[in-house]
Ligand binder design. Structure first.
Ligand code: 4NP
Length: 162
């Protein structure tokens, strides 16, 4: 079975392209290619068709990821039907997605749970912000892949909660 995951931020040039690249690489490393469809999009329309921000391309490259071929697009109505899981980078975009969902079947969630909940928008800050984003995105994507593949869950034994 294929599980389709869409990562969403505001512009689709800083955070969600990194999440797309990191998650796709984790999927490959886990030998799960073909079991996941991975894309990213933005709730805003300003950067449609543009490559990721050079600072995102740079921090990704320093961690061995090439995200330069990605192109920004905006979330559309079909996404709420085509994707199983839509992952928002922060609570603002989570709210926007919930507002636009229009009866789709996608599960909409945040990338992070705790201690941080938001991957902060690095667009108007310095390059350090992009390192911080990559660290948060990587931690969130590891947990997300675990949760979607059932890794870390007991395979057998007593029912949970008993
Ligand atoms: P992103 O960052 O949502 O992580 O892609 C931003 C990129 C562009 C803008 C805002 C946030 N902008 O206002 O153009």
């Amino acid at each position: 079975m294929n599980h389709a995951v869409l990562f969403v931020c505001l512009g689709n040039i800083c955070r969600s392209p990194l999440a797309e690249g990191v998650f796709r690489t984790l999927v490959e490393e886990a030998g799960q290619t073909g079991r996941f469809t991975v894309e990213s999009a933005g709730t805003g329309a300003w950067h449609i068709g543009n490559p990721p921000d050079p600072r995102s391309i740079d921090v990704a490259a320093r961690h061995g990821l090439d995200i330069s071929a990605q192109r920004a697009r905006q979330v559309c109505t079909e996404d709420f039907h085509r994707f199983d899981t839509i992952v928002a980078m922060d609570r603002d975009n989570l709210e926007t997605l919930k507002f636009r969902t229009a009866g789709g079947s996608a599960r909409i969630r945040l990338l992070l749970n705790a201690p941080e909940r938001d991957v902060p928008d690095p667009y108007y800050g310095g390059p350090d912000g992009f390192d911080h984003v990559l660290r948060l995105v990587r931690a969130g994507c590891v947990d997300l892949l675990d949760s979607l593949t059932g890794a870390g869950q007991p395979r057998s034994g007593a029912p949970q909660g008993s």
